[in-house]
Structure formats: structure tokens, C-alpha cells
Design a protein around this ligand. Structure first.
Ligand SMILES: Nc1ncnc2c1ncn2[C@@H]1O[C@H](COP(=O)(O)OP(=O)(O)OP(=O)(O)O)[C@@H](O)[C@H]1O
Ligand SMILES: [Mg+2]
Length: 251
């Protein structure tokens, strides 16, 4: 289940110390249902702000955001988000942290338990249902956060540097897991990352943003089938294009 996303003419500014700080200007982006789009850009160019607008955490902006043609108004169970830190509640077990995602789902107790069990399977945390967050590695905790975001079966999943705090090996493993979930579940995904390699490895397209105010510098099409060879020449070429656009976008 997936939904398309239309972002048209987005402008966003914050008021800081009485003056207006423009953060996003003229952002246009159409994402097809089931597509995987990566977003890269210098720190402060408004990537997290853009995700917050799409997920509906902030409504004060100009332009239009629609999911499957429906204007975004507030948060919705159809749109999930995963942050850089897992943000688990330390006093709840793995399964109860995942169940938190279902708080507003309206499912019966039995259906909730079944959904949690299925998502523990999905992120391969079997055996850790009753574990506490402090007993998990960083990668496992992030998988719990993924399960919590997926348990409502969102049609659009936003990921804000979800693997930023992980070591290189765990990160590569989590990328493969995310790709598997994307292919298996068919969810539309938007991934913000600082890692160009990750962006091109996972994305159908890579959006390169430039700062002050945040705009789209270039969109690089990665027209390669999955699974991809991380070190194949086509991906290296795509990486070069993204790095080039990135360099042009530096202030
Ligand atoms: N609530 C806020 N109030 C005022 N300014 C804000 C607020 N949130 C973000 N900003 C500013 O908006 C700009 C964009 O921030 P944002 O967090 O979206 O950038 P980012 O691209 O995600 O950066 P990073 O890569 O470091 O995570 C920054 O200049 C930041 O200071
Ligand atoms: Mg950010």
C-alpha cells in the first residue's frame, strides 16, 4: 500500500529574534506511489523542516502538500516518521514500544497484539519482545522505531537520518533491511541522509538541496534496477553526479 506525494511551491520561514528567517523556498517535488526518494543537502538547508511539513507536524507554510491527492492537514496514521534517534520509551518493553504506534488505531486488543507480533517478525526482532530499550544495540533500537512507524501500515514513510548514529557495518545492514521492507511492503519512502552512498544505493531518485533558503538544486535519477551492486560502476557514476550537485549547492 502506497500513496503519491505532491509538494508544490512550498515556502516556509521561522521568526527568530524578531526577524524572519526564510528556511524553504519554491520547493516542488512529485513523488510517485511506491517510489523511494532520497534527500541530501548541507546542514540547515531545511530537510527536517520539509519532512515535518509533510508529516503534518507544522501547518504554517505557503504552498501545497497533498498525499494521494488529499491536502495534508495535521498528522495522520497514513504518514509515518522515523527520526535519527529511536525515541523509545525506556520504561516500556520492545513490544509495548511498538504497540504505542497503534494508540490511535482503533484496532481491537487482539488485532493490536497480532499487528505487533507481525511487525516484530518484519524487523527480525523475534526473541526480544520483552527486552527493555537499554538492552538493545543501536541498530536493534532503530529497528523497533521502524516497526513502531510501520505498525499502522502507513502509505508514506518519512525517514530523517535514521541510520546516522550507527556504525558503518550496522548501517549497511539496516540499509538492506530498509530496502527489503520497501520492496515487500510497497510503501512510498522519503529518506533524508547525509550519506551520499546511502542516498544513491536506496533511491529511485536523489534530491539535492541547497541552503539559505532551502531550495532544490538538482534531482538525480538513479535508473538502476534492484538489488544494486554498491560498488558497481553505475552507482559510482550516480554518486559522482550527486557529489557534483552537492558541491555546486554549497554556499
Ligand atoms: N523551530 C524553529 N525555530 C526557528 N528556526 C528553526 C526551527 N526549526 C528549524 N529552524 C531553522 O531552519 C533551518 C533549517 O533547519 P532544519 O532542521 O530543517 O535543517 P536540516 O536540513 O534538517 O539540517 P541538518 O542536516 O543539520 O539536520 C535552520 O536554519 C534552523 O536553524
Ligand atoms: Mg535535519
Amino acid at each position: 500500500m502506497s500513496a503519491s506525494l505532491q509538494i508544490a511551491g512550498i515556502g516556509k520561514s521561522y521568526r527568530v529574534d524578531g526577524s524572519v528567517l526564510p528556511v524553504l523556498r519554491g520547493i516542488d517535488l512529485d513523488v510517485a506511489a511506491g517510489e523511494f526518494v532520497s534527500i541530501v543537502g548541507a546542514s540547515g538547508c531545511g530537510k527536517s523542516t520539509l519532512l515535518r511539513l509533510v508529516v503534518g507536524l507544522e501547518g504554517d507554510y505557503s504552498g501545497r502538500i497533498a498525499v494521494a491527492g488529499q491536502p495534508v492537514a495535521g498528522t495522520s496514521l497514513e504518514r509515518g516518521i522515523v527520526f535519527q534517534e529511536p525515541r523509545l520509551l525506556p520504561w516500556l518493553t520492545v513490544e509495548r514500544n511498538i504497540a504505542l504506534g497503534l494508540l490511535n488505531s482503533g484496532l481491537s486488543k487482539a488485532d493490536k497484539a497480532e499487528a505487533v507480533r507481525a511487525h516484530i517478525d518484519l524487523v527480525r526482532l523475534n526473541g526480544f519482545e520483552r527486552a527493555w530499550p537499554h538492552q538493545l544495540s543501536g541498530g536493534m533500537a532503530q529497528r523497533v522505531a521502524l516497526a513502531r512507524a510501520l505498525v499502522n501500515r502507513p502509505k508514506l514513510l518519512l525517514l530523517d537520518e535514521p541510520f546516522g548514529a550507527l556504525d558503518a557495518l550496522t548501517r549497511a545492514h539496516m540499509q538492506t533491511e530498509l530496502q527489503r521492507l520497501w520492496q515487500q511492503e510497497g510503501i512510498t519512502m522519503i529518506l533524508v541522509t547525509h550519506d551520499v552512498e546511502e542516498a544513491v544505493y536506496l533511491g529511485n531518485r536523489v534530491v539535492v538541496m541547497r541552503p539559505r533558503p532551502g531550495r532544490i538544486e538538482r534531482i538525480v535519477d538513479i535508473g538502476l534496477p534492484f538489488p544494486r551492486d554498491r560498488n558497481g560502476p553505475a552507482l559510482l557514476d550516480a554518486r559522482r553526479q550527486v557529489v557534483e550537485a552537492f558541491a555546486e549547492a554549497l554556499p
